[in-house]
Design a protein around this ligand. Structure first.
Ligand SMILES: Cc1cc2nc3c(=O)[nH]c(=O)nc-3n(C[C@H](O)[C@H](O)[C@H](O)COP(=O)(O)OP(=O)(O)OC[C@H]3O[C@@H](n4cnc5c(N)ncnc54)[C@H](O)[C@@H]3O)c2cc1C
Length: 444
């Protein structure tokens, strides 16, 4: 039997939650479906991976978010099929939900761009589970090096981050800071001194959406923190024992972080909806899907062009604002009003590099700030954006603890599979290949 609702929203990220909240404030019957029972705050995922903050600080139960919103029903289920023509979704356990209006807000998933070995050996960083796995791997590599220094030669203390966007830069900064300031407190200065962080990107510079001034500052700070930038060179293969670059360099490592890109969820591929760049759904300015009456797509799952004709990036602020806007257009649909084209208010962009070092380009004119002021702005903005008072307090306490004492109470291994490292030599590759690797190792 098909369960029907006024509005069915698939995905409870920034976009889905903000749409559901706005509709709830008008008493509209909403079914919100997500495969997780929590909303995750993606911008802080990398801090979970580096044990700066706790899992619970970035995940808030959906039922807690909507406990006072009587018109919103939350369902935990994975949607496996979307029939956009009838606005019906099917879940992995065979349930069917139909909306008079269907909202697709399923976000994005990691894109390995078909690079051999990346899906098998690299650690993506786009979900809470990813963060817990990466944290366990970082701890596994550090413990191995502490146990037996021979593992250092095998790359135990080399962390390679692929992708020089905000996620890659923030992760590289956080890992380098941990190596320098936190590892000596728990292990030894010797282990910390052998740690090496690489940031690799095929583009000639990092943080491309930022101004040259911000990019220069970020690169300088990363280098000062000990990060080696390998720019203008692509990754050709990720192996269990390291990363091969196009220029022939091989970096031995057991911790390769993939921050190399995103694409729309595979689920959208079978929906028949019009897919454009990155597999995302091309929507009109009102965030509706052309040719599919009553279907909206938003946030990271959509290619959004706003009322001024500018193509919008995949950002939390775009997702949140588009969620609210969709809700207003849905109210117009249900109550006989007129839909309006999406007007995006650009409040700026920012990225964290480490303690006292961040960049912020604020307001629609993207006024540049760097250093301690930008660092404080970054912390303030992220606290304001978080959902839930307890989560905000948790994050602030963790930051005080971390930035003040250089201690990380969250260094717990909760993914033993990721913690365990297979140190055996890779089987493939003949003697010639192994010689090539040895030469490359010597030059890395
Ligand atoms: C590591 C990282 C750091 C970032 N930092 C920043 C930042 O500093 N500032 C900024 O503005 N933006 C940042 N972003 C981008 C921002 O987080 C995204 O643009 C935003 O989360 C998109 O929101 P969304 O609601 O469209 O998708 P998401 O937040 O990805 O939510 C999608 C939801 O859909 C659910 N879902 C997916 N598939 C299914 C399915 N089949 N069935 C049921 N549910 C499903 C997921 O569980 C998830 O809850 C960052 C992103 C990442 C990954």
């Amino acid at each position: 039997m098909v369960e029907t609702h006024e509005v069915v929203i698939v995905g409870a990220g920034f976009a889905g939650v903000s749409a559901a909240k706005e509709l709830a404030s008008h008493g509209v019957d909403v079914l919100l479906v997500d495969k997780n029972n929590y909303h995750q705050f993606q911008p802080l995922i990398y801090q979970v991976a580096t044990a700066q903050i706790a899992n619970r600080d970035v995940a808030r139960p959906l039922r807690a978010i909507f406990r006072r919103d009587r018109s919103v029903k939350v369902t935990t289920a994975e949607v496996t099929k979307i029939d956009a023509g009838t606005r019906t979704v099917t879940t992995s356990d065979g349930l069917e939900f139909r909306g008079r209006i269907l909202v697709i807000a399923t976000g994005a998933e990691v894109n390995f761009f078909g690079i051999p070995g990346a899906d098998e050996h690299a650690f993506p960083l786009y979900s809470l589970d990813d963060a817990a796995r990466l944290r366990s791997r970082l701890l596994g590599a550090l413990d191995a090096a502490d146990r037996d220094r021979r593992y250092v030669e095998k790359g135990a203390l080399n962390v390679v981050i692929v992708g020089g966007g905000a996620t890659g830069v923030e992760t590289a900064g956080a890992v380098a800071e941990s190596m320098r300031e936190v590892v000596p407190a728990y292990l030894s200065k010797e282990v910390a001194a052998s740690g090496k962080v690489y940031l690799v990107d095929m583009l000639p510079d990092i943080l491309m959406p930022f101004s040259e001034k911000s990019r220069k500052y970020a690169a300088e700070r990363l280098r000062a923190a000990g990060v080696e930038l390998k720019l203008g060179v692509s990754v050709t293969e990720v192996r269990k024992d390291g990363v091969l670059l196009k220029d022939g360099t091989f970096i031995p490592s057991r911790t390769v972080v993939w921050a190399g890109g995103l694409k729309a969820r595979g689920l959208l591929g079978d929906s028949g909806l019009p897919q454009g760049k990155g597999g995302r759904i091309d929507v009109g300015p009102e965030l509706t899907v052309p040719g599919f009456e009553g279907v909206y797509a938003l946030g990271d799952s959509a290619n959004i062009t706003d009322a001024k004709g500018q193509k919008l990036p995949q950002l939390g602020s775009v997702a949140q604002q588009s969620g609210k806007w969709v809700a207003r257009n849905i109210l117009a649909d249900l109550r006989g009003g007129r839909r309006e084209p999406f007007v995006y208010r650009d409040k700026g962009i920012m990225a964290m590099i480490g303690r006292g070092a961040a960049i912020a380009e604020l307001g629609s004119k993207h006024q540049h700030f760097a250093g301690p002021l930008a660092f404080l702005a970054w912390l303030g903005v992220h606290v304001a954006l978080m959902s839930g008072v307890r989560e905000r307090i948790g994050a602030v306490v963790s930051w005080f603890w971390d930035y003040g004492t250089r201690r990380r109470p969250q260094i717990v291994v909760d993914r033993p599979d990721a913690y365990r490292i297979d140190w055996s030599e890779p089987e493939q590759g003949g003697k010639q290949e192994q010689k090539k690797q040895q030469r490359a190792r010597a030059s890395a």
